[in-house]
Write a protein that binds this ligand. Structure first.
Ligand SMILES: C[S@@+](CC[C@H](N)C(=O)[O-])C[C@H]1O[C@@H](n2cnc3c(N)ncnc32)[C@H](O)[C@@H]1O
Length: 441
């Protein structure tokens, strides 16, 4: 029987089953939402696609408190093929505690989702737990710790609390807030003013930012592919913090630029829009599949760049020996600055990953620095809020390289704290770190 054709009731319970499956793939199998969410969304209508993401992200944002409630109401953890029922119950809690779904629909349709999940035997248990959750007003209980209330994993909570001290509470709160959609106008195709008019004609609400000349911030969630000029390449989706990269790199006419760790090419495209008269732009990416995304974005926006699939830590395998004027190094990092946008990262990233990432960043910095001309520069970027990937990494780099100088407008509060740390929520931006490194003549 094709349950999809059975009308809205079936559609709904399949949506909950699909949401539970995606949560299971992320939390139990370690897949990223980027890998598994689009496949789960594919058969659904636009509105349901958005609902599916909303439910999955909602659970991931609030996982510690949902798990705390689950432990109160479930005697023993479920195992093996029934583990997915834990994700389904938490989805039920999320709907009851944080969404506008009616209690009746949240309970009956979450219970009904046991069938497509092949866990029919668990229907009674799910029903009993959700009803107890409502009856005993479990969601009104105070969280037993600040860490559980914060929505952050323990290791990250401790690390950030130690680093940010008085500013930590605000940072943690901002890491829970849903991020807005930022657009970057492709000024090679359309002016900011003209594109704004087109949005107004289509009744799309937005705001602008004085520090981001190409940006517009959408006031609500929209399907960006249906906005005016998507197919014509009038704009790209790019957070405000990421839009600072081209401005900080400041490429000049006839220069050669290396964009290291470039996929999906957001910053490569912005660099070309910012300075259309470059001699050469090289986009380097280690992942072949992700490199295809660079090509797709270049084509949609109408730009050209040389794409190389290669490892930034071993330039001897791909570099032709020609020095670059400027390098953008968007280093692989913990992505702790963008968890409000991608809450799966909080649960995929583990404490032990940080040392590995810090060593890789160091290796790439050391491998790429010799590829820059004397008098040239490197812009080091991460979307992290952790000091070891940011100012501590750069402080260490500067102490190892006497021909590297920090651009003296690029430090936080003292030269001991080099670079610019943007925190999630600052002017609605994601959390990014920038350091501008100048190479002596
Ligand atoms: C933060 S993302 C880059 C985002 C991109 N700069 C943009 O603005 O669209 C980091 C990228 O680095 C790539 N990467 C990771 N390690 C790498 C390495 N050793 N060499 C080259 N690319 C690498 C990843 O596959 C990923 O696509």
């Amino acid at each position: 029987m094709n349950t999809q054709s059975k009308g809205s009731h079936y559609n709904h319970f399949n949506l909950r089953a699909d949401a539970a499956k995606v949560l299971h793939q992320i939390l139990e199998e370690g897949q990223s939402a980027r890998e598994c969410l689009p496949a789960a969304q594919l058969p659904h209508k636009e509105q349901d696609k958005a609902w599916l993401q909303e439910m999955v992200y909602g659970v991931l944002r609030n996982l510690p408190i949902l798990q705390f409630w689950l432990r109160q109401l479930l005697d023993k953890p479920l195992k093996n093929r029934f583990k997915i029922v834990e994700q389904l119950i938490m989805l039920g809690f999320y709907q009851l505690a944080f969404s506008r779904v009616s209690q009746h629909a949240a309970v009956s349709e979450t219970v009904a989702a046991c069938q497509p999940l092949n866990t029919h035997a668990m229907k009674g248990l799910v029903n009993a737990i959700l009803r107890t959750f409502i009856r005993e007003e479990i969601s009104k209980q105070e969280a037993p710790s600040k860490q559980i209330a914060s929505g952050l994993p323990k290791w990250l909570y401790k690390k950030l609390e130690a680093e940010y001290k008085n500013g930590f509470a605000e940072l943690a709160a901002n890491m829970q807030v849903k991020a807005p959609i930022w657009l970057r106008v492709n000024t090679r195709k359309i002016s900011h003013a003209h594109f704004s008019e087109e949005l107004e004609k289509a009744c799309i609400e937005y705001t602008v930012s004085s520090e981001h000349p190409e940006a517009l911030v959408l006031s609500k969630g929209y399907d960006v592919t249906s906005l005016p000029g998507f197919d014509l390449g009038w704009f790209a989706v790019q957070d405000g913090a990421a839009q600072l990269a081209a401005h900080y790199l400041k490429p000049e006419q006839a220069e050669t630029i290396l964009d290291c760790c470039a996929a999906p090419g957001g910053k490569t495209c912005h660099i070309i829009e910012f300075q259309p008269n470059l001699a050469k732009t090289v986009a380097l990416e280690i992942d072949k599949k992700r490199a295809i995304r660079i090509e797709e974005n270049l084509v949609r926006l109408g730009h050209n760049a040389e794409i190389i699939v290669g490892d930034a830590s071993t330039p001897e395998n791909w570099w032709d020996g020609q020095l670059f004027d400027r390098v953008l190094l968007d280093a692989p990092c913990s992505a702790t600055g963008i968890v409000r946008r991608h809450p799966d990262i909080k649960w995929l990233r583990k404490a032990k990953d940080i040392d590995v990432l810090v060593s890789l960043q160091k290796k790439i910095l050391d491998a790429i620095w010799p590829l820059i001309k004397p008098g040239g520069m490197m812009l080091y970027v991460t979307c992290s809020v952790l000091p070891e990937e940011n100012y501590l990494q750069i402080r260490d780099f500067l102490s190892r390289n006497t021909n590297a100088l920090l651009d003296d407008t690029f430090y936080n509060d003292s030269v001991e704290n080099p670079g610019k740390q943007i925190l999630p929520g600052d002017q609605q931006m994601d959390g990014f770190y920038y350091a501008r490194l100048l190479k002596s003549q």
